[in-house]
Design a protein around this ligand. Structure first.
Ligand SMILES: O=P(O)(O)OC[C@H]1O[C@H](OP(=O)(O)OP(=O)(O)O)[C@H](O)[C@@H]1O
Ligand SMILES: O=c1cc[nH]c(=O)[nH]1
Ligand SMILES: [Mg+2]
Length: 232
């Protein structure tokens, strides 16, 4: 885990060959949906494991079948709220719950509109109450313009003030990170890698394409479907 010099509290995993190998497979345009989803699950699990290293631990006594010895518990691991941003964060959440098995889960939908405004449509929000003991992890694989996450963080903050508010992503553009940090300086950001820039359509370069479409297939408009005749 490396803290990026450009911001405070922004970390990437360029120093992890395993995470970089998973990312390489996700970037590859030949990777199919099955492998793509599996890759996101792995990243959720292993980045979750890295986040645990930043949590406070407490010494405890434990009785083995032979004698008493010292152990630890990671107390904050038991007070986690994962907020999943539909669609693309679903496999990331699947990985995260493998290491945060006690987590309460929030689900929000956020769909990014067309450039240049990139307006965010958010019509489904289910978030549990957040307490001062909680670590909130907002999972969204792509931080491009940052519009989605700024909108999601605004919403999450209405449900309480956590001990830590973390954004967990796969790829980020510097523009998106700056946007989030300017608005919410205390939010911590953990991403597999920070990429070069955005193109004029708001896609991350070199990136991995549209994460939602690659994981789940591209949706089509109903009007593009062949005429279906109702069954009499
Ligand atoms: O930082 P931003 O510029 O806001 O872009 C990032 C958002 O774009 C993608 O979602 P998208 O709107 O494509 O929805 P999807 O997950 O359903 O594909 C991605 O999962 C982020 O939520
Ligand atoms: O590169 C990008 C930018 C936004 N959303 C994606 O899925 N990919
Ligand atoms: Mg998408």
């Amino acid at each position: 885990m490396i803290e990026d010099k450009r911001w405070k509290g922004v970390y990437s995993f360029d120093d992890s060959p395993y995470l970089m190998e998973i990312l390489t497979e996700l970037r590859d345009k030949e990777t199919d949906s099955i492998a793509f989803r599996k890759g996101l699950v792995k990243l959720g699990r292993f980045m979750g494991y890295e986040i645990i290293k930043t949590m406070e631990t407490e010494k405890v006594k434990v009785e083995t079948p032979l004698e008493e010895t010292e152990g630890i518990i990671v107390k904050d691991r038991r007070n986690v709220v994962i907020v999943t941003v539909l669609r693309a964060a679903v496999p990331l959440m699947e990985g995260l719950v493998k290491v945060f098995e006690h987590a309460r889960i929030g689900i929000v939908s956020a769909s990014r509109g067309k450039p240049p405004k990139f307006e965010i449509e958010m019509n489904y929000v289910k978030i549990p109450q957040i307490t001062p003991e909680d670590t909130v992890i907002i999972a969204d694989p792509m931080i491009a313009t940052g519009s989605t996450l700024v909108r999601v963080i605004e919403e999450v903050k209405k449900y309480g003030t956590p001990k830590r508010l973390i954004v967990l992503g796969v790829l980020a553009a510097p523009e998106g990170i700056s946007r989030i940090k300017e608005r919410f300086p205390d939010v911590e950001i953990f991403v597999t890698k920070i990429d070069r820039e955005l193109n004029d359509k708001g896609y991350i370069l070199p990136g991995l394409g549209d994460a939602g479409d690659r994981a789940f297939g591209a949706p089509i408009k109903l009007s593009n479907l062949p005429q279906v005749h109702p069954i009499e």
